[in-house]
Design a protein around this ligand. Structure first.
Ligand code: BES
Ligand code: ZN
Ligand code: ZN
Length: 496
């Protein structure tokens, strides 16, 4: 899909479809939409009066051969209430329009920005939305229909004065959108196609192409470093673990400036190990590496956006298998930090591999940490597939992340981290145990476990178990991986 900008009057633009968006308010025919209505001889006002166009969120109204326009179709997308309008809404609006038109074999789409929206942020949101919407999870289907594709997507409705600004937004949106799709493609791969070794090779190729420093630690190096928590998760199956280290170093970084450490859980398949999961729905556990994929996607975007902050990304990658050599409930393992861990449930493996990842990224010099992980079923109970669970040890650092989530239009919700919860993971026979002692709060005890390894460094944990995967296709996104949290993290790092 080619994305372009065209500043000529939108009424003279030739395309298969012109798209714009309509707010849900007492009179939805205002501003740009009123202009369109005038060209089309009052058509939109009539549709509004009859109740067909209301501006309700993601309502789609397609008009063929609209009068006064050179485009073959006009698509009006409901945007919801003006007060709730944000980059997230615009992304969905643009994405829903693209997917709707794509299934109808439309190839050339023009998108009319509304009055007041002629800025970098809105152009970015529109482009992020369409790039993500254009991604299909049909990679392994052999009977693809190849007449369903969008050839060009043109932003219109602006003058020469706004062009440079919009161009910047388009470039940034494309970088972020493509990085989101890079992460989604990794998440969508089944575990037989994406082992820890394959993930590491893909990360290495990405990093080299992007001009990022990369190091892959193999099982021998992992053992030399005494990453006992990661190694003992990996011992349950034949696939060796990997630790992927990708580093972005800006041209001139101030001495003493914060160094961001990103840690992503990459369990390429989680059977649960000896504490084996039920068969029903287990196939979804191929997405248990979404945290790692997100962090690699963030690095890919940073290489292009070039913020003035050093970022070190550590992705521990392994399978969690129940083989004859697997660790067993009650086993005591020694993490890289030297802390001993009682593994009461082998299915709580994400926190184990993150323990070593967090310790290692600090050793490499990171001062401010963020981890992302499909960590707990408990966060799905608490927040469903709507909000990312946010856990933090330092409110100033956490506030920055929450502000970035808001700016990026990703829903995130801060969870409590009272000291009392820490008691739940006190070990009986070792320093700590990897699950809480039966008192609920499963996502919080999971977070506390990781925090034990972050020490005094400001640290944030994002539990994306509920939000990294869409069980159903959305109007704006294919079924499957969502790429959640990537935009927020890019926003956080580029705004530091
Ligand atoms: N990968 C799972 C968490 C998960 C659940 C991800 C649902 C996506 C959807 C994780 O490793 C796990 O199994 N966690 C256990 C922890 C429990 C044993 C304390 C869980 O949530 O059940
Ligand atoms: Zn598990
Ligand atoms: Zn897991």
């Amino acid at each position: 899909m080619q994305i372009t900008l065209d500043s000529k009057p939108f009424s003279t633009l030739e395309a298969d479809a012109l798209v714009t968006y309509v707010f849900d308010e007492s009179d939805p025919v205002q501003g740009r939409v009123a202009e369109l209505d005038k060209l089309a001889g009052g058509l939109i006002a009539r549709l509004s009066k009859s109740g067909e166009v209301t501006g309700k969120n993601l309502e789609l109204t397609l008009v063929h051969a609209p009068a006064g326009l050179k485009t073959a179709r006009l698509l009006l997308v409901g945007t919801g209430k003006r007060e709730q309008f944000n980059p997230g809404t615009l992304r969905k609006v643009a994405g829903a329009a693209l997917r709707y038109l794509k299934t109808r074999s439309v190839h050339k789409v023009a998108f009319l920005l509304r009055e007041g929206d002629l800025n970098e942020n809105t152009a970015q949101a529109v482009v992020e939305g369409v790039v993500a919407a254009d991604f299909e999870t049909d990679k392994w289907k052999t009977d693809k229909k190849n007449d369903k594709f969008i050839e060009t997507f043109t932003i219109t409705g602006f003058g020469d004065a706004e062009k440079t600004l919009l161009e910047k937004g388009v470039a940034r949106g494309r970088t972020i959108g493509e990085s989101v799709n890079f992460a989604r493609d990794l998440v969508n791969e089944p575990s037989n196609k994406l082992t820890p070794t394959v993930l590491a090779a893909k990360a290495e190729a990405m990093a080299k192409q992007a001009g990022l420093a990369v190091e892959i630690l193999d099982e021998k190096k992992i053992a030399d470093l005494k990453m006992g928590a990661l190694l003992t998760v990996a011992q349950g199956g034949p696939e060796p673990p990997r630790v992927i280290v990708v580093t972005y170093t800006p041209a001139n970084v101030k001495p003493g400036a914060p160094v961001v450490g990103l840690i992503g859980k990459a369990v390429t398949f989680d059977t649960g190990g000896i504490s084996i999961k039920p068969a029903d729905g287990m196939e979804k556990m191929k997405y248990d590496m979404a945290g790692g994929a997100t962090m690699l996607g963030v690095m890919r975007a940073l290489a292009v956006l070039k913020p003035n902050v050093k970022v070190i990304c550590v992705v521990p990658a392994t399978e969690n298998m129940p083989g004859g050599t697997a660790q067993k409930p009650g086993d005591i393992q020694t993490a890289m930090s030297g802390k001993t861990i009682e593994v009461l449930n082998t299915d709580a493996e994400g926190r184990l591999i993150l323990a070593d990842g967090v310790h290692y990224v600090k050793q490499l010099g990171a001062t401010h940490l963020v981890d992302a992980a499909t960590l707990t079923g408990a966060i799905v109970v608490a927040l469903a597939n709507i909000n990312v669970g946010v856990f933090g040890s330092d409110q100033a650092w956490t506030d920055k992340l929450l502000a970035s989530a808001k700016a990026a239009g990703e829903k995130m919700w801060q969870m409590p981290m009272d000291d009392e919860y820490r008691e739940f993971i006190k070990g009986s026979f070792a320093d700590i145990q990897n699950i809480g002692s039966g008192k609920g709060g499963g996502s919080i005890t999971g977070a506390w476990f990781i925090r034990e390894f972050a020490g005094d460094s400001p640290w944030i944990h994002l539990d994306i178990a509920g939000t990294a995967w869409n069980d159903d296709a959305k109007a704006w996104l294919a079924k499957g991986p969502t790429g959640i949290a990537l935009r927020t993290l890019v926003q956080l790092i580029t705004s530091l």
